[in-house]
Design a protein around this ligand. Sequence first.
Ligand SMILES: [Ca+2]
Ligand SMILES: [Ca+2]
Ligand SMILES: [Ca+2]
Length: 488
Amino acid sequence: MKIFTISTILSCLISLVALAQPSTLTVGNTTLDVRVVIQGSNSSNGIDIPWEIQWGPDNFIWMTERSGRVSRLNPETGARTTILDLSNAVYDQSEAGLLGLQLHPDFENNPYVFLAYTYSSGGVKERIVRYTYNSTSNTLGSPMILLDNINGNSTHIGCRLLILPDNTMLATTGDYQNQSSPQDDNALNGKILRMNLDGTIPSDNPFGPTSYVYSKGHRNAQGLLIAPNGTIYSSEHGPTTDDEFNIIVPGGNYGWPDVAGFCNSTSEMAACNTMTDYQDPLAIWYSGSTIAPSDIVYYNHPAIPEWQGKILMAVLKAEHIKVIELDNVDGTTVVDQEIMFNTAHANNPTSSFNQGLLNRLRDLCVAPDGRVFVATSGSSWSNTSPFTHSILELENSSYSPTSIENEQLAVRTRVYPNPTSGLTKISFASELVGADYVITDFTGRIIATEQITAANVTADFSALASGLYIIQSTNGNYTTSERLVISK
Ligand SMILES: [Ca+2]
Ligand SMILES: [Ca+2]
Ligand SMILES: [Ca+2]
């Protein structure tokens, strides 16, 4: 007769404890309600290793799972609809599978979904493919391969995608456990690649119009974001030390495999001296261990004031959300960082893992109303047990936008050209004529205030530095907020 041992019973109890999500979390003076939107189960409606979540213009969460499903998830009800099942096509193993997802920024007119996944074809490869969303059938179809035959592996395969304001797309590739690739300009691995949204190479790529390479010397970048000021940030997994937080510049060399973390040892400094445009990270975690940083997002909403204007990083191994505060001049230095929801790790950051309140965190997305959604991935590297893979909503339910904002009708402002550098045409809705318009930079700092004297005006932006700005105006029942990109 088989009886349960004490250790089995204990591990069951520990599992039960680990399953429970906290119902609230504290961020400074703010209390966040935690709600499980959907969690893993053995049924087809559960989820298994959610890799990417992105808020869509339809107010659904668009989600990949590593095993090969793309879904639209109703964030209010948790109902999910699989709109593409690539499980027969993807190579799903360890870190590899269906990974990155991006929606076209003008999805109403260009209903494209960009995916990155690994597949088997004479070894493991990875590809980046564009699908078209059919809203009638609620499915993705018409795949168009943008780039394939990139060398892959079961680990170190990158696959984070990011579409930039100039309608090009960045894609991270890992070193696929081949350390000669990151410094080889002719290899696609160990790089951040940049392509047009049809898969062609942008003519202004830094290594010339025949190279997809945007930056080199990467090991395995798993996070990419563009801040409102136009700066691109990335998180990257280090070997056994030195996870990195980088600013990505075109043509930059991020050092791997000759440099891990800061260029600070004798051999590293010798290597750095031979590199063109070597870039040191802004921060590392740590010189004696790693945390496994994943998705990064820029939080720019008053709903959680402690996080506004800061970068949130989902952390896998060390089980926390890291809040990164940058200097408000040009965002090139980390002035503060905070470990959320893992007191043990916060108290002993180089050695305490696996004690986070939310387990391993892989991905984030922010709703337009300031709610943060988190994709969790169980309590260990190999964890596949039900109910530990989830999408959680973090909401400050005591926050409510002022009623005047609720009643205002958002109207479009058209800016041409955009990006721009000098004289620029701005077309406002006629309802706004007579009101002022305000131009702010990414920190919310007011750069200029002008009156809207006519629906069509011409402005001279030649005095503005390159970066992202917001044109805003409010008049009675109407409001507008439009992005303005200055590129010189
Ligand atoms: Ca995301
Ligand atoms: Ca580096
Ligand atoms: Ca180093």
